[in-house]
Design a protein around this ligand. Structure first.
Ligand SMILES: Cc1ncc(C[n+]2csc(CCOP(=O)(O)OP(=O)(O)O)c2C)c(N)n1
Ligand code: SF4
Length: 428
């Protein structure tokens, strides 16, 4: 039986909008190529065309306006598998905003097909002109018509090194054109000329797409049909994919957690907060736990606070926030300031582990003070603190955390290593 890629009969677009034609023909093209649902990763941009993703039963990712090609480049490089098809849906608005991403993706030969839905205006926000609006074409916010001709994206990505490029009109059965592009390795692009039946027609009454294209000198043709130069063959040969078994962390130790544990580590930039959090979650993963880690720090990463929210859980983690963490570890004044709200929210069940150089804050949490900074200096205070916490909590083996420590660059610090071994009576 033919694979159904679209899970609904009612697509979300206005009557007559060619976004419908593109979606239906994408399904048809994928069927012609014998693709299965999990072979396809559809990356959509912001705009009317982008609201289609929930109708596709493939993998889908919805990106920021203009950034879908950049996102897809990461997906393509990460997946690194020519049998998986990365397809980008982007409007002429998004393609204008993210044009550099299109040029770079073509230049680097990322495996993907970009389908530019060129209705010559920003549809979703009411018809502002884009960089692709042809000379003379009117829109609701530009009633006098565009004064310049639009960018020729097909010419530009061809010049940048795309392997296959064509421009077509979004009328009738376009599935063969799409299938042709989908079947190519490397970067391919199809620009589909369309009319926005809501705003394009309203501003240009009586206009016909084909005559408009002809009068504007927009060519409908195959622009590039070259031997593919793909990113994979040039750069990544022999490197593991992100999904490679080389990246898998095998379960090695038992754990004693029967519910999620939410920790908040808060200290000063450059004092090992992120490294300590990383060690802790990796140790959790070695025990078969689900984990999340979110770093928080100012954009000027070398100064001010540095904090990490981490969750370890025997169950899958559906929500990564923690308005009331179970444990808050504070190793500096910067960290205290940043953690203040969470300390205020803490309950009797919460634990606050805090360096004894800091004045004890008022809180409902149970407080334990320890001297983390004295022997190691600020630099590794959080590493000492997570060892201290783990020794008290006994949820995963200390040996596991020590193994993570020994696998990190910080273990080259002999003084720190000796101090951990002596304080926690554990062999490195
Ligand atoms: C960075 C950014 N700027 C502006 C917007 C507002 N915005 C949402 S949709 C849209 C227009 C989308 O037009 P286009 O990309 O051509 O897609 P269409 O709606 O025509 O399919 C704009 C400007 C946004 N979401 N993000
Ligand atoms: S507003 Fe325009 S682009 Fe958006 S769905 Fe309607 S016709 Fe299509």
């Amino acid at each position: 039986m033919e694979t159904k890629f679209i899970n609904t009969k009612t697509l979300p677009f206005c009557n007559g909008c060619s976004h419908t034609t593109i979606s239906q023909n994408t399904e048809k093209a994928l069927q012609k190529l014998g693709k299965s649902l999990l072979d396809v990763i559809l990356v959509t941009d912001i705009g009317c065309h982008g609201i289609i993703d929930k109708a596709f039963d493939t993998h889908t990712v919805h990106g920021l306006h203009g950034r879908s090609v950049a996102l897809a480049s990461g997906v393509s490089a990460g997946v690194n598998n020519p049998d998986k098809k990365v397809i980008v849906f982007i409007g002429d608005g998004g393609a204008t905003i993210g044009m550099q991403h299109l040029l770079d993706a073509a230049h680097n030969g990322y495996n993907m097909t970009v389908v530019v839905h060129n209705n010559m205006l920003y549809g979703m926000t009411g018809g502002q002109p884009s960089g692709f609006t042809p000379k003379g074409f009117k829109t609701p916010t530009l009633p006098q018509g565009a004064s310049h001709k639009g960018y020729d994206i097909c010419g530009l990505v061809t010049e940048a090194g795309a392997s296959y490029v064509s421009r077509i009109t979004g009328i009738g059965d376009i599935s063969d054109h799409l299938a042709e592009a989908f079947s190519r390795d490397g970067f391919s692009l199809v620009e589909v000329m369309e009319i926005c039946t809501s705003y394009g027609v309203k501003s240009n009454p009586g206009m016909k797409l084909k005559s408009l294209i002809r009068e504007a000198g927009i060519e409908i043709k195959v622009y590039a049909d070259n031997e593919p130069q793909t990113y994979e063959t040039q750069e990544r040969e022999g490197l593991p994919s992100l999904f490679s078994s080389d990246m898998v962390i095998e379960k090695e130790f038992p754990h004693k957690l029967d519910r999620p544990l939410r920790l908040f580590l808060s200290g000063t930039a450059g004092e090992g907060v992120q490294a300590a959090a990383e060690m802790f979650i990796r140790a959790g993963m070695r025990c078969g736990l689900n984990v999340t880690k979110k770093g928080s720090y100012p954009v000027t990463v070398g100064v001010g606070f540095s904090a990490s929210h981490i969750i370890l859980s025997p169950e899958p983690i559906q929500y990564t926030g923690a308005p009331i963490p179970d444990v808050i570890i504070v190793t500096s004044e910067d960290g205290l300031k940043f953690a203040q709200k969470l300390i205020d929210n803490a309950t009797k069940e919460s634990l606050l582990l805090i360096d004894d150089s800091i004045e004890r804050p008022v809180t409902k949490a149970k407080i334990i003070t320890k001297n983390f900074r004295e022997h190691v200096g600020g630099r590794n205070a959080m590493i000492m603190a997570v060892f201290e916490y783990l020794q008290q909590a006994d949820i995963i083996p200390m040996e596991d955390l020590m193994k993570q420590f020994m696998g990190s660059k910080i273990s080259a610090n002999k003084t720190l290593k000796r101090l951990i071994e002596e304080t926690f009576e554990i062999e490195g």
